[in-house]
Structures are given as structure tokens and as C-alpha cells.
Design a protein around this ligand. Structure first.
Ligand SMILES: [Zn+2]
Ligand SMILES: [Zn+2]
Ligand SMILES: [Zn+2]
Length: 295
């Protein structure tokens, strides 16, 4: 939204005290007892626009441009500066640097979510999640390939025909595993991000969150930064998801500006329920097996 200069009607810059088109002062004294609205902070000055966040009348001295180009008053901007994530600035920083800086923030200073910009396009959020998942999938594929190609050579009689056959087979199985991880892994990551964020969003909505699914998707995607640890074989794939779950609590609380309780429920309820269901399934299978053995 642009604010017109009261004299020449050209758009003025929020925060400027003079019009850059006609040069006239924008600090206009309000006529005593006049009809025009006056600034909520400076009652002697005429209001030029209404703050997009709090709705207060603001004079030229109080007007500021918000982070998304909206017009806000100085008080609102100070209270909620609404910083862009490094990921939002990837055009200036370069994609790699933007991923790295965002990931460091998410992993080491997750409280930065509290003042971070909540909105982001779903495609940019998903791209971040994808980039965080790729190294882990690649390492997992490589690890399997290594294990498969090592296994047959550990067998003692590796000179026989059948041994070399199985060796070739294992090698191909390893290559197949790598291809699966690199080609299908990212698809699995994207689909599960969309679904999990959807379930979390329903829970957050029940907790009274008003912002849209795009905010939950952004929080979910950004909190996947610890998945980058997947480049460390075995350990990374264990630590990454747990760390991501902790980061997700901060992300939901921060981007939805909600309470710890609602954020905790949003981030942990669905994974816990899944665990219980899977655990219950395993338990049922084990019990059934024991029952069969007993008979
Ligand atoms: Zn002007
Ligand atoms: Zn305001
Ligand atoms: Zn003012």
C-alpha cells in the first residue's frame, strides 16, 4: 500500500519527513479542533496513514515500512520486527549460504523463530526441506551400497562360480539401493513433509492457532535443518530427526506466536501417536507369536 503526499499525491516513503517529489514537509500541524485524524503518539501532528498491524493513526514521524512492504507504526515495528530468515534472502546470499545460516540458527538458536517472519511460500519451504534431506539420503544409499559390496567378499570361498555370481548380484543390489535413496528418497521426504505438516496443523488449529497451513508447512520444513546431520552415516540419521522434533516445538511456537503447550502438542502429538500405534502393532505381533508358540 502506498501513502499519497497530501500536497502532490505522489507516493511517499514511510519514515520520510519530506515528500521526495514536491519537497514539502510531511510533518503537518493539525488544525486545533479540526476534523482530520491526528497521530496517536503525536496529537499535534496530522495522521497520514493507519498502521496495518494495530490500526492506529500515525504521522510521518511514526510511519515505517514493514518487512513485507506494509505500512506500520514505529511502536509495532519495534515490538515485532519480524525478521526474514536467511533462507528468505537466498537471492542475495546464494542458496548454499542461505541454507547453512538458516540451519545453524535452527539447530543452535531455535528461539530466533519467535521474531522470524511467519509467512513463506509453500514451494520455498519445501525446497528447504528437500535440500536438508538430500545429503542424508545420499549417504544412506552409499552406506548400503558399501555394505552390499563388502558382504560377499567376506565369504570364505569367493573363488567359486556361485560366489562370484552372488557377488555381482549384491553389487547390483547396492547400486539399486543407492538409486532408490537418491531418486525416491526426496519424493518420500516431500510427501511426508506435506502430510505431517497437515496433521500437525490440525492439532495446532485445535489449540487455537489462527495462521494458515503455509505457516505450519514453513515451520515444519525449517525445523528439518538437523536432517543435514544425515551426512554422518548411522549416527546422523538417529540424531537428526530427534533434533528436528525439538526445533519444531520452537518453530511452531515462534512462527504461530502461540504458547509452549500448543507448540508441544503440535510438534509431538502426531509422532507420539504414530509411535504408540506402531509399537502397539509390534506388541500385537509379538503376543500373537508367543501365543502360537505356547499352543
Ligand atoms: Zn509531495
Ligand atoms: Zn501499529
Ligand atoms: Zn506520530
Amino acid at each position: 500500500m502506498s501513502i499519497p503526499c497530501p500536497r502532490c499525491q505522489q507516493p511517499i516513503t514511510p519514515g520520510a519527513t519530506h515528500c521526495q517529489s514536491c519537497g514539502s514537509s510531511l510533518l503537518l500541524e493539525a488544525a486545533p479542533g479540526g476534523a482530520e485524524p491526528t497521530c496517536a503518539v503525536h496529537p499535534t501532528l496530522r495522521s497520514l496513514a493507519i498502521c496495518d498491524r494495530c490500526g492506529a493513526f500515525a504521522c510521518a514521524r511514526c510511519l515505517r515500512a514493514g518487512p513485507r512492504g506494509e505500512v506500520v507504526c514505529e511502536a509495532c515495528l519495534t515490538r515485532d520486527p519480524d525478521e526474514p530468515l536467511p533462507w528468505d534472502q537466498r537471492e542475495e546470499l546464494g542458496t548454499l549460504k542461505a541454507v547453512w545460516r538458516t540451519a545453524v540458527n535452527v539447530m543452535l538458536h531455535p528461539d530466533f523463530f519467535a521474531k522470524a517472519r511467519p509467512e513463506g511460500s509453500p514451494s520455498s519451504s519445501l525446497l528447504f526441506a528437500l535440500l536438508c534431506a538430500l545429503p542424508g539420503w545420499f549417504t544412506t544409499g552409499l552406506t548400503y551400497m558399501g555394505m552390499f559390496s563388502l558382504m560377499p567378499s567376506l565369504a570364505p570361498e569367493s573363488q567359486t562360480q556361485s560366489a562370484s555370481d552372488s557377488m555381482a548380484m549384491m553389487k547390483w543390489a547396492g547400486v539399486g539401493m543407492l538409486a532408490f535413496c537418491v531418486l525416491l528418497g526426496p519424493v518420500i521426504s516431500l510427501v511426508s513433509t506435506v502430510l505431517m505438516a497437515g496433521i500437525d496443523h490440525l492439532i495446532l488449529r485445535m489449540g487455537g492457532v489462527t495462521r494458515g497451513y503455509a505457516v505450519t508447512l514453513r515451520a515444519h520444513s525449517m525445523s528439518q535443518a538437523p536432517w543435514l546431520l544425515g551426512v554422518v552415516p548411522f549416527i546422523g540419521m538417529q540424531v537428526g530427526p530427534l533434533w528436528a522434533m525439538v526445533a519444531r516445538v520452537f518453530a511452531y511456537r515462534g512462527l504461530h506466536r502461540t504458547t509452549w503447550g500448543v507448540a508441544l502438542a503440535g510438534a509431538l502429538l502426531a509422532p507420539l501417536l504414530t509411535c504408540c500405534l506402531c509399537g502397539g502393532g509390534y506388541l500385537a505381533i509379538i503376543l500373537a507369536a508367543i501365543g502360537k508358540v505356547g499352543h
